[in-house]
Design a protein around this ligand. Structure first.
Ligand code: NAI
Ligand code: ENO
Length: 356
């Protein structure tokens, strides 16, 4: 059995490195923090992600630097230590190819790529959170000559951070993230980009839809330029598909049959959206949204949650739409279909304005 004993050296103490450090520190694993920017390592240390000075040799090195630097830093760590080395980069083929050109075949057996599928649109150590990976999926991507013990140790790391692991090849990983992560990022950025010149009066009508679609558009352009460039072969095919659909839509718009084309696009969207796995990586379950109008006063959310609990319904998901300047907000409680009637009845009895 390959136990995760530590010390774990984290190179790159930004959002991801600091979050891994915080998650391991809560288990008592000794974590060493290294960063090219001394302020970031100091900050990560101050918030409890580990220590900048660890005398013992690392058992495991986690490289959490921007993708363009991952190959070189992996090779450097393989050379400097006898540790197992992994990385957290959002793309896997290019860093592996770079590490391969800079490392001996023997050293490369100690390297196993990985990728936590959780993060945020924020970066830097101050955005780090101990629970960032709780319930998340963490891809482990061995290459042809990765040592099985090294693969096992990287699995242990992911599990220690609270994630569940999925093993897949480097190539398959890059195809998968092009679809579920990189294309959504570009679509979000494109949609948000149309707002740059929008009149303020138009923006005032913004509701939850535009907020959902544009959240990740706030992500770091420097990081994402590297991700998109490194995964351009996988992304190109998907973007060509979107371009073809846009062309069809544009041609159809204004013609009699436009409605059919629009309905086809929307129907395909419905079929795709239900295939996104639900929370905690569980299969998608059909949920019903119950909308409740809530006065913008302290204590109202607590009262609503109490009343929802009294109905016996388990709230599977939750959304709050709080438009600035309005005296009320709207809370969406997502519950299983067999809980809906009881939830609506109890909330209505207790004076809430409820609609489905
Ligand atoms: N941001 C996200 O949501 C996610 C990011 N990732 C991956 O994790 C890695 C880190 O991303 P973030 O933590 O978001 O970035 P970040 O910008 O928050 O942190 C990167 C850190 O690496 C340091 N650094 C840069 N070059 C270095 C070098 N050569 N040696 C040592 N330190 C160096 C920087 O000073 C910075 O502290 C990237 O490869 C990214 O693709 C993976 C999952 C999610
Ligand atoms: O903020 C979100 O919802 C994300 O999806 C974050 C994210 C960014 C990059 C990754 O490689 C993985 C996850």
């Amino acid at each position: 059995m390959t136990e995760l004993r530590g010390p774990v050296r984290i190179v790159g103490t930004g959002l991801i490195g600091t979050s891994i450090g915080l998650a391991l520190a809560r288990l008592g694993v000794v974590v060493e923090l290294v960063d090219a920017d001394p302020d970031n390592a100091l900050m990560a240390e101050r918030i409890g992600a580990g220590s900048r000075l660890v005398q013992l040799e690392p058992q495991l090195v986690v490289v959490a630097v921007p993708p363009d630097h991952v190959g070189a830093v992996v090779a450097e760590q393989l050379k400097q230590t006898d540790a197992i080395v992994t990385d957290a980069a959002s793309v896997k083929s290019k860093p592996l190819a770079e590490a391969r050109t800079l490392s001996s075949a023997e050293d490369l057996t100690r390297y196993v790529g990985s990728h936590p599928m959780a993060g945020s649109e924020r970066n830097g150590p101050l955005a780090g959170r101990a629970d960032l990976f709780d319930g998340a999926t963490w891809a482990v991507t061995p290459h042809e000559t990765s040592d099985p013990d090294a693969v096992e140790l990287v699995r242990r790391l992911a599990e220690a951070a609270g994630a569940r692991t999925v093993e897949l090849s480097v190539e398959d990983h890059d195809l998968a993230v092009a679809r579920v992560s990189h294309l959504p990022q570009l679509m979000s950025s494109l949609a948000a980009g149309t707002l740059v010149d929008a009149p303020a009066a138009h923006l005032e009508l913004s509701g939850q839809g535009v907020r959902d679609v544009t959240r990740i558009a706030a992500s770091d352009p420097g990081l994402w330029t590297q991700i998109v460039s490194a995964n351009s072969p996988a992304l190109s095919g998907l973007l060509e598909g979107i371009r073809d659909e846009l062309d069809r839509l544009l041609i159809a718009l204004g013609k009699e049959e436009a409605a059919d084309e629009v309905t086809a696009v929307l129907n395909r969207g419905v079929s795709g959206a239900v295939r996104v796995p639900g929370k905690h990586g569980a299969p998608h379950i059909e949920l019903v949204a119950v909308l409740v109008t809530i006065p913008d006063r302290p204590g109202q959310l607590a009262r609503l949650f109490n009343d929802a609990a009294a109905s016996g319904a388990n709230v599977e998901d939750l959304r709050i739409d709080h438009s600035p300047g309005r005296p009320v907000g709207e809370v969406e409680l997502d519950v299983k279909p067999d809980s809906v009637d009881q939830l609506v009845r109890v909330l209505t009895e207790r004076g809430w304005a409820v609609h489905r």
